[in-house]
Write a protein of this length. Structure first.
Length: 178
């Protein structure tokens, strides 16, 4: 599992870097738009479209898997920490399978939308006719990466349970240790 983990971590690092670049570009565009709007009374006509279509989805979807890996997401584990290890394992495995189903559905819809958008040549009906398909590509990329991560974690959990009778503890899951 370790080579797979390293490969996924490498992909996560690349996409988190790209997400950080998208966030930086977002801040720069918003700042420039504010300056242009309030000091020169000439707002950027294209800023809202580029931000909502490309940059904000990029930093969301590109950071999704890395946040999951580090446990930097909301986890309501008040009840989970009070359960016996067997029930904790059931809850964790159910959550991982649920994540696979949810992100699998989003991934599938994203791929369908990407293909449709690309084949139809969809563009925004705006001042600049931005193509829509690059923004729809962000969903399958982000969801595909988190699907890999969840599948890898599920496989490690199943192997750990079969081999040792306990779930492997990840750095962000200290609550699972008794």
């Amino acid at each position: 599992m370790k080579p797979i983990d390293r490969a996924i971590r490498s992909l996560e690092a690349v996409f988190e870097f790209l997400g950080a670049i998208a966030m930086l570009v977002t801040v720069l565009i918003v700042t420039l738009d504010v300056v242009m709007r309030y000091f020169f009374r000439a707002p950027l006509q294209w800023s809202t479209d580029s931000l909502t279509l490309y940059f904000i989805p990029a930093f969301f979807f590109f950071g999704l898997s890395g946040a999951y890996t580090r446990g930097a997401h909301i986890a309501v584990d008040v009840l989970l920490n009070r359960l016996p290890l067997v029930l904790k394992a059931v809850c964790v495995l159910t959550g991982r399978v649920g994540g696979l189903v949810l992100f699998g559905l989003i991934f599938g819809y994203g791929v369908e939308h990407l293909i449709e958008s690309y084949t139809k040549g969809e563009t925004l009906p705006a001042w600049i006719q931005w193509p829509i398909w690059p923004s729809t590509l962000l969903v399958p990329i982000g969801c595909g990466l988190i699907l890999l991560r969840i599948a890898q974690a599920l496989a490690e959990d199943v192997v750990g349970l079969a081999r040792d009778g306990v779930l492997p503890v990840r750095a962000h899951e200290e609550g699972f240790v008794e």
